[in-house]
Design a protein around this ligand. Structure first.
Ligand SMILES: Cc1ncc(COP(=O)(O)O)c(C=O)c1O
Length: 438
């Protein structure tokens, strides 16, 4: 394919052709280009002129409209303006930047932290700032794009292991010839596409056994897991075996930015080796102030966390009770997994047109070619929001089943009183037993 490229634009030209073909097939909105007219609250927006309940935002704790957080941002604008206009190395550090770094370090129980302008840059800057030629990064094959890009940028040797497969991780570690102090295992605590959780305790055990290093990206777990929301590594009691924790402020914190934290005494010098820190504009005053306010809120947000987990159980339990293929994982991401893109898209579109926004994930960006409707749950969803979502799913799936039955009935051929069925299986999600296979 690369050999067929005629110009630097060939790649996007081919994507444009695929996009047009897709738009001709799908009879409805483009799942990658949904236009949100107005965001009303953490759980509501106006989309296509309709009031819409949001189930696809990663706004797990509803912080985007939290009054203290909004007020902190407004006060910081009044005091310091809206932007930094350069990197911290060039335009200087606000007291809030340093305060945030020490607060986030103490939050995740590490000696020091460096704050980046996005979660993507936190992974990019940290991996490429720590590792280089001669080092080895051993990563889960379903790692986030920021981790893949970081490995490429770092020039370290890349070794992949099958998703959450401990035996394969052990095998890959066993085959490494390099000095184990130059090896870094990289995993996420919760994988964002379908919300499955890494076996962190066992991974930390392997790290100790082989004497290598471990980085855990807590993007989808910080705020929700562990005492005060400190993350899954804390909840599982292995945080002190994790050499570097990375995370983002764009999900449970409701803002943007990212961080890396470690006990290494010289970790602060990452800011001189991480190009994604040095050569990009620093987080602006309102964002840093709002992250600090959000962090303070998150630490005491036990009620929000309890509501979030009740909502997760409500939605996941409702899907399971109906026999849909969802995962058996404790995670704020609840997937509905299909083996047929048509049925998956029809449900996604019908939900959107009926006032429910979720994420539609499809190959090639999904694990093992699955088609997924991904629901992300928020502490601020009311039980009636989830009941309404389940009722809407029922209505769409019933209509799909009715339509499939009618198509099958039309295909029945009656021959001298003998009825022969020629129809295929009705459209719908893969059987639940397939969940583990995704
Ligand atoms: C696991 C993981 N790491 C990093 C990121 C990047 O975070 P951000 O969107 O804040 O740049 C994401 C975002 O989707 C993620 O899911």
């Amino acid at each position: 394919m690369r050999g067929d490229r005629r110009s630097i634009f060939s790649g996007i030209e081919s994507l444009a052709r695929r996009r047009s073909a897709l738009l001709q097939i799908i009879d409805g909105p483009n799942p990658l280009e949904v236009q949100v007219q107005r965001i009303v609250s953490p759980t509501e927006a106006v989309i296509g002129g309709r009031p819409t309940r949001l189930f696809g935002t990663n706004n797990y704790l509803g912080m985007t409209f939290e009054p203290e957080v909004m007020h902190a941002a407004a006060a910081a604008i009044a005091a310091s303006g809206v932007g930094t206009t350069a990197s911290r190395v060039a335009s200087g550090n606000l007291p809030d930047h340093y305060e945030l770094e020490s607060e986030i370090a103490s939050f995740v129980g590490k000696r020091g932290a460096v704050v980046f302008s996005t979660g993507f840059q936190a992974n990019l800057g940290t991996l490429a700032g720590l590792c280089g030629a001669g080092d080895v990064i051993v990563l889960d094959e379903e790692s986030h794009a920021s981790i893949y890009d970081a490995v490429t940028t770092s020039a370290a040797r890349k070794v992949k292991f099958r998703h959450n497969d401990l035996a394969h991780l052990r095998k890959q570690l066993g085959e490494i010839q390099e000095d184990m102090s130059r090896v870094l295992i990289v995993v996420e605590s919760v994988y964002s596409a379908i919300g499955d959780v890494a076996p962190l305790v066992e991974i930390a055990r392997l790290k100790s056994e082989f004497g290598c290093n471990l980085l855990v990206d807590e993007a989808h777990s910080i705020g929700m897991f562990g005492q005060g929301g400190a993350g899954l590594a804390h909840e599982l009691g292995i945080a002190d075996q994790v050499d570097v924790i990375t995370g983002t402020f764009s999900k449970s914190f409701g803002l943007m930015g990212g961080f890396a934290a470690s006990d290494h005494p010289d970790f602060f010098c990452l800011r001189y080796s991480a190009r994604a820190f040095m050569f990009t504009a620093a987080l602006p005053p309102p964002v840093v102030a709002a992250i600090r306010a959000s962090l303070a809120k998150i630490r005491g947000a036990d009620e929000k966390r309890a509501r979030l987990w009740r909502n997760v159980d409500h939605l996941r339990g409702g899907l399971r009770a109906r026999g849909y293929n969802t995962l058996d994982a404790r995670s704020p991401v609840v997937p509905m997994i299909f083996d047929d893109l048509g049925a998956c898209y029809t449900l996604w579109k019908s939900l959107l047109l009926n006032g429910f926004y979720a994420n539609l994930l499809m190959p090639p960006s999904t694990p093992r070619g699955a088609c997924v409707i991904r629901f992300s749950v928020c502490s601020e969803h009311r039980p009636e929001d989830i009941d309404a979502l389940l009722a809407a799913i029922d209505a769409v799936m019933d209509a799909q089943r009715r339509g499939a039955r009618e198509r099958d009935e039309r295909a029945y051929v009656s021959t001298a009183g003998i009825v022969v069925a020629t129809g295929g299986a009705p459209a719908g999600p893969a059987p639940r037993s397939g969940a583990a296979g995704v």
